[in-house]
Ligand binder design. Structure first.
Ligand SMILES: [Zn+2]
Length: 478
């Protein structure tokens, strides 16, 4: 697409020499358009990096344009560094959102998502070859770039210190989306002492304020320079230059990213443990790190979490772990005590039922309702039934029984659930009672053998639902 327009406007500056790579602190630039077309895909392509993870692209919300400019300060994804976002301003003053920029061969392609009031015809006219275009990062784009630059330059520093001080090579790295920490992948784990040592060494260099510069040389097309999984020159790169990012006296690394001019102020924080990766073929670990605005954001959020937890526990921040442990221990003891008391109470209630007066003819048929805010009231009703059956067996009583237990929460509403348990000496009678409760009270449930359980939804009233249970029991014959 560029070939057809080359006579009308200066050709695009190749990736490697873009304004964002020559001067990463530049926030605005005036340039000219080289080409503009409507993108064939609804979403910006991902260069295959995340393609496997992504689900099917959502339906396009608005047309997407592919704009190539003579020069740009919007960095196209590369070297492990994600794309910038930014704004294009056309000659009529209209602002266009760049949602992503990608490198295609040696060119940076800007993906412009049209706003509802913008249309394709205007865009094609305003970004015609040779048209004057303003490029800026905007407030949001600049914050994003600064964060990426801080994390990327810190990664170079961290990898250099790991290699020179501990002889540990960086296998890969990831500039994860903010605010999560980024990580380097290493062939072995590090002890807390090693991590502290690396952090100290890196920050010693930070305090020295070592400078960062980029060396550019023409790339011999016959030689492929590959030096690591994320820092080599991509095989489809056609820009013709090799960039080497140099941290004065510390590191030299081929890289296309946008780096800060100095590591001054780039204080590095390493999360104090490496995380082992569960992969069957290789053993590697991740070492997470933070720097720049992301470190400040991390400190703010962790401080807020700790302070609010300390407030809940009514203690100072340093006492939080001890207080939380205390609460967990107390909770365990309280749970145990509730279980013990429930077992004791179940036995008492079972005693009361066993001793209740039987019907004429000897059968013990009755209903007991409970109010209980337990998370699982059926467990307690089951405990009563088990204790009851044990007592009946002890007494070696042959008299038939059928018991209905119900349990409602203390505050009832239309969404409340009352648990129903039926148990008896005759499986057929249990089923019959369950079927009747289903039919007359709309209890949903089922059972097998001597046990039937179900749930009633709504407000349970003794004079209404309780009376219905009584009539169901009366209709059963023994
Ligand atoms: Zn890099």
């Amino acid at each position: 697409m560029a070939a057809a327009t080359a006579t009308l406007s200066p050709p695009p500056i190749p990736v490697g020499l873009l304004a964002c790579q020559r001067d990463p602190l530049l926030r605005e630039l005036a340039t000219t358009a080289v080409s503009c077309r409507v993108s064939q895909s609804p979403a910006p392509p991902s260069n295959g990096r995340e393609g496997k993870k992504k689900k099917a692209a959502p339906a396009p919300t608005a047309p997407l344009l592919e704009v190539i400019l003579h020069d740009t300060i919007i960095f196209p994804e590369g070297g492990g560094q994600p794309s910038d976002v930014g704004i294009l301003t056309s000659s009529d003053g209209e602002q266009w959102d760049v949602v992503e920029a990608k490198r295609h061969g040696g060119h940076a392609v800007h993906y412009v998502r049209l706003k509802p009031k913008q249309n394709v015809d205007d865009a094609l006219r305003l970004f015609a070859p040779g048209a004057v275009v303003g490029v800026s990062l905007g407030e949001q784009g600049y914050k994003r770039r600064l964060d990426h630059a801080c994390m990327h330059t810190s990664q170079h520093l961290l990898s250099a210190v790991l290699e020179t001080r501990l002889n540990v090579e960086t296998l890969a790295w990831s500039l994860t989306a903010a605010p999560a920490p980024c990580y380097v992948e290493l062939a072995r784990g590090l002890t807390p002492e090693e991590i502290a040592y690396v952090q100290e060494e890196a920050n010693r260099l930070v305090f020295e304020g070592r400078s960062v510069h980029v060396e550019v040389e023409e790339l011999d097309p016959s030689v492929k320079v590959m030096s690591g999984p994320s820092v080599g020159i991509p095989s489809d790169y056609t820009g013709g230059v090799k960039r080497t990012v140099v941290i004065d006296g510390i590191d030299r690394n081929p890289c296309c990213g946008t780096h800060l001019p100095s590591i001054h102020n780039l204080q590095l924080f390493l999360l104090p443990n490496t995380e082992a990766l569960a992969r069957s073929t290789t053993t590697s670990v991740r070492l997470y790190f933070l720097a720049g605005p992301r470190l400040i954001a991390h400190l703010t959020s962790t401080h807020t979490l700790l302070t609010s937890t300390a407030g809940i526990m009514s203690c100072g921040a340093p006492q939080v772990p001890e207080r939380v442990q205390q609460v967990v221990d107390e909770r365990k003891k309280a749970t145990k005590r509730v279980e013990d008391l429930e077992a004791e109470l179940a036995a008492v209630l079972a005693d009361e039922i066993v001793s209740a007066p039987p019907r004429e003819g000897g059968a013990l048929v009755l209903h007991r309702h409970r109010t209980d805010d337990s998370a699982n009231p059926l467990t307690f009703l089951s405990a009563i039934s088990t204790a009851f059956v044990n007592k009946v067996t002890e007494k070696d009583s042959a008299k038939p029984y059928l018991v209905v237990l119900t349990s409602s929460p203390s505050a009832q509403a239309s969404t409340s659930t009352t648990v129903v348990l039926v148990f008896g000496s005759d499986d057929k009678k249990v089923k019959e009672a369950g079927d009747e409760l289903k039919a007359k009270l709309n209890v949903k449930g089922g059972g097998k053998g001597p046990r039937w359980s179900g749930k009633f939804s709504g407000v349970w009233k003794d004079a209404r639902e309780g009376a219905t249970v009584a009539s169901v029991l009366e209709s059963l014959t023994f």
